[in-house]
Write a protein that binds this ligand. Sequence first.
Ligand code: IPD
Ligand code: CA
Ligand code: CA
Ligand code: CA
Length: 258
Amino acid sequence: MLKETLLNATEAGAAVLQHYFNSKNLQISHKEGINNLVTEADHASEKAILDSIRESFPDHFILSEETGEIVMDSEYKWIIDPIDGTINYAHGIPICCVSIGLEQSGKMIMGAVYNPFLKEFYFAEAGKGAMLNSQQIAVSTETEVLKSCLVTGFPYTYLNQPNGPLEAFGRFIRAGIPVRRLGSAAMDLCWVAAGRFDGFYEHKLQAWDSAAGFLIVEEAGGKVTDFTGAYYSPHQPQIVATNGKIHDELLKWINDQI
Ligand code: IPD
Ligand code: CA
Ligand code: CA
Ligand code: CA
C-alpha cells in the first residue's frame, strides 16, 4: 500500500498537465522574494497527493512544500514537492516533475519522481534498485570530471558567500566542462540516476527537492554526499550526487582544492 501511494505521483502529474494545457488563465502567486512562485497547478498536485496519503495513512507525518508540516507522532514521514521546477512550468518549459519521498525512522525507504511531459516515472525502493518506467536504470561509467557532463542549480539568495555557487560554476566553465542548469533538482538527480549526467551538485536545497531523487541515485548505483563527502541527509542544504566514480574528484573541484 505504501508503494501504491507513491505511484499516485502519476495522478498528480496528470493534474499538472491538465492545468498546463489550460494555461492561458493559470493562476500564479508570489511567495517571499521576487521569483518564488506558486501556481494553481502546484496546489492541485499537492492536494491530489495529500488526499491519497491522508486517506490511506491518516497518522503519518507529512512535509510538503506548499502546505508545510502535518506533524504526527509516526515513524513514517512523507516528503513531497508537488511541482519541482515551478519557474519552468510557469514559463511553459516542460522540465518539471512531481516528487514523493518516504522516510521510515529517518531513513529514505522509497522515492518516486514523475515528469508528466516526458511520461518518465522514476521509482526506487531501498535495496531494490531504481527504475525508469519498466526499465532498471544505472549511473554512467565516466571516471574523469574533465570528460563529464554535469548539472547544477542556483539558489535565489546565498550567492555572495565565499566560494559560493558562482565560484564553483566558474571553475567548471573556465575548464570547458559542460554544466547544465535544468531548473528542477529532482530531474537533475533522476538524470544522474539514468546515466544522462555524470554528476550534480547544488549549494542550497530543501528536503522536498531531493528526498526522492537522492534514493533513486543511490539505488541506480550512484553516490550522494554533502560537500565534505559525509553521508547525505535531505534535511541539510548541500548535495553532491554522482556516478560514484567521479565523486571524490568532483568534491575537490567544488571545494576549490584542484
Ligand atoms: C527549485 C528547483 C531548482 C532549485 C531551487 C528549487 P521548486 O524547486 O529544484 O532546481 O535550484 O533551489 O527551489 O521551487 O521549483 O520546487
Ligand atoms: Ca518553490
Ligand atoms: Ca523544489
Ligand atoms: Ca515545488
